[in-house]
Design a protein around this ligand. Structure first.
Ligand code: AMP
Ligand code: ZN
Length: 663
């Protein structure tokens, strides 16, 4: 088999596995095997840039940067839907239809109304050519690069597809993925996203498609549009789309009459909470396309389709009290404790109140009857006061930490209050140590979150450095501890001394320094001392480090307590420097400084930078007399180009660069 054949067959195979996994929900190989094959394909493609294909499964990881999303006119307008809220609304709708069509028998396709961001994707000759947001319905933004990273979206179609058509669907973020994203944000002290829908639609407009690729987005399709389509009804259209490789949810149903439509609605009103993603209603479409054509459109929506909106499930209950939780970073979150009540299939006892502004806005007081709703958010929320209790005064937000009594602060522009008592506030101390030992951080075997609380309460640890002074004899007397478990704990702590620097840096729990940021900082500075000495100006020059992170890092190292703890960690032998650098691939670029500018096809920007460093070169951030070469992609800024020309710096394409580092 020639190399090209191998590449092609790997691409085909990987496409099929993506389809099995993301569209059919039925993987046939392990993630590990998949990753290996993908790696093999990546390597082959890197060796043979002449076989580059923008539609290769390797391109799903993204890396294309879109600075400005181009506005594109929709070939077929993207209409809204009329809304209905009751059986009568639907009967009125049917009557209006019959006025136009006469006394024909009407069938309807019933579909769920997926709650996300709408998208229109164009295919030509079975290849994805463009994906455009809804915009104002007439024109939207070209988000093709981002959509291609969503693995449920086919890039190549299968079977007997029409030459050219558009397909419409909804980009959604399933609950599980949404929660995972939020968990990661909470871990680094960031504010979590408020709901899956906004997060999905925000994702479409991210500039870096590699960021989009990391988000667990999904795409559910519901409507094929074009000329001379090979089907006569909406329901057949859905089936065809499935055959071509699209993800069309199986819950869609053909209803023979309005009664069956109502049955469908009633069923899903009850069962929608069992779905893995958010739905806010049902969409009912006249099934026969001929009928659809006769019915046509109003100024805003098709006459042949109707959305039925579910009522957001709402109940009233009593607000018993408000408690205030203190997080690991000191952020205060107010929580409503409710009289337990049944809502959307679960018993609700608590609701999030977000922050002081929210409490003030709702003017909610202890003893009030309140409306509680479960919407796109996982945690129920309080919508409004239903009936005032006997509390004559507005709720006063706490001024002091409920755990340590320190006066709270609220920084300009931040929604939450903070307890500034970093080193004296028990939930902050315990939370930091708990973070320190987690799997992605120091991964200390034999030590769990509850044991940390026990150790703290017993006065044995008050910061993570104290862990390294623990003795077996001190641990054995603790609850649920014995000789063996104490030994394991000590061993686990000992073992953590070999955890690499980047993970130690993450474990320190510096606000906004998550796993990725810790890696970047560790790679750039190589030691804790270098990071501690960096100024805000230095830090923001590092790839992906912004103002907020830089400030937080500097603040952390200004605190003398932190410095003392780090000195102790050093003495115990914890890794606070990067180990030996991975051996260079070559020294071909030794002593040369490169500046990378523009958008690339063969490499992502990170890959380019890595390739430069792996071959002994340096990456500069701006063009100066010290620059030896500029690697220019598409859309390199004109001022940079001029500067490079002025200084007579050679400008390379990525292909030439690739040859430079090739054998
Ligand atoms: P609205 O934004 O309330 O006018 O509702 C119209 C939007 O519902 C459409 O633009 C689609 O994005 C979305 N939608 C979700 N599910 C469906 C579906 N099954 N059929 C048609 N539209 C849907
Ligand atoms: Zn406190």
């Amino acid at each position: 088999m020639s190399v090209l054949d191998t590449i092609k067959s790997l691409r085909e195979e990987l496409n099929q596995h993506n389809y099995n996994y993301y569209v059919l929900d039925n993987p046939t190989i392990s993630d590990f095997e998949f990753d290996q094959k993908l790696k093999q394909l990546q390597d082959l493609e890197a060796l043979h840039p002449e076989y580059f294909d923008e539609n290769s499964p390797t391109q799903r990881v993204g890396g294309m940067i879109t600075k400005n999303f181009e506005t594109v006119k929709h070939e077929y307008r993207m209409y809204s839907l009329d809304n209905s809220y009751s059986t009568e609304d639907l009967q009125d709708w049917e009557t209006r239809i019959q006025k136009v069509l006469g006394d024909v028998s009407l069938e309807y396709t019933c579909e769920l109304k997926y709650d996300g961001a709408s998208i229109s994707i164009s295919y030509e000759k079975g290849r994805l050519v463009r994906a455009v947001t809804r915009g104002d319905g007439f024109q939207g933004d070209d988000v093709t690069n981002n959509i291609k990273t969503i693995k449920a979206v086919p890039i190549h179609l299968k079977g007997d597809f029409p030459e050219k058509f558009d397909i419409r669907g909804e980009i959604i973020l399933p609950f599980a993925g949404f929660e995972k994203m939020n968990q990661e944000l909470i871990e680094i002290g960031e504010t979590p996203y408020s709901n899956p829908r906004n997060t999905a639609s925000g994702s479409l407009k991210l500039q870096d498609s590699a960021e989009v690729a990391k988000r667990p987005l999904d795409c559910l399709l519901y409507f094929v549009i074009g000329n001379n389509l090979p089907f006569k009804t909406q329901f057949e259209g859905l089936q065809k789309a499935r055959d071509w490789g699209f993800k069309v949810p199986s819950q869609s149903k053909l209803a023979k009459n309005l009664n069956e439509v109502l049955e469908y609605i009633n069923y899903w009103d009850k069962h929608r909470h069992d779905l893995p993603y958010e739905t806010d209603g049902v969409v009912i479409k006249v099934n026969n396309l001929q009928h659809q054509e006769e019915l046509g459109f109003t100024a805003k929506s098709p006459r042949w389709a109707m959305a039925y909106k579910f009522k957001a499930e709402q109940v009233t209950t009593k607000l018993n009290s408000i408690s205030y939780q203190v997080g690991r970073t000191g952020a205060i979150t107010p929580v409503a404790n409710l009289e337990p009540v049944q809502l959307a299939g679960t018993i609700v006892k608590r609701a999030s109140l977000h922050n002081a502004d929210q409490i003030e806005k709702l003017d909610i007081r202890i003893g009030d009857e309140v409306f509680v709703e479960k919407g796109g958010e996982i945690i129920p929320k309080i919508i409004a006061v239903a009936k005032r209790g006997n509390q004559p005064e507005p709720t006063k937000y706490i001024t002091h930490c409920p755990e340590c009594e320190t006066e709270l602060v609220r920084n300009e522009g931040e929604a939450n209050h903070f307890c500034p008592n970093f080193y004296g506030c028990p939930p902050q101390i315990i939370g930091r140590i708990q973070h320190f030992i987690t799997r992605k951080a120091m991964d200390i075997d034999g030590l769990g979150g509850e044991t940390v609380t026990l150790l703290y309460n017993a006065g044995l640890v008050s910061n993570y450095a104290d862990l390294y002074e623990l003795k077996k004899e001190q641990i054995i007397p603790l609850e649920r501890m014995a000789e063996k478990s104490a030994e394991n704990l000590i061993k686990g702590i000992e073992k953590s001394k070999s955890v690499p620097f980047e993970r130690v840096l993450y474990a320190l729990g510096i606000r906004y320094v998550g796993e990725t940021v810790a890696k970047k900082l560790a790679k750039h500075y190589k030691s804790i001392d270098a990071i501690a000495q960096a100024s805000i100006m230095d830090l923001i020059l590092v790839d992906e480090i912004g103002d907020k992170i830089a400030q937080s890092v500097v603040q952390f190292f200004e605190n003398q307590e932190n410095i003392k703890i780090i000195e102790r960690l050093k003495q115990y032998g914890v890794q606070l420097e990067s180990g030996e650098e991975a051996a260079l691939v070559s020294e071909k670029l030794k002593g040369k400084t490169f500046v990378v500018s523009g958008v690339f096809e063969l490499f992502s920007r990170d890959e380019l930078k890595k390739a430069i460093e792996d071959n002994g070169g340096k990456v500069g951030s701006s063009i100066s007399s010290k620059t030896d070469y500029v690697i220019a992609g598409d859309n390199m800024g004109p001022s940079k180009l001029e500067k490079a020309n002025q200084l007579k710096i050679p400008i390379l394409t990525e292909l030439i660069f690739k040859e430079m580092i090739a054998e």
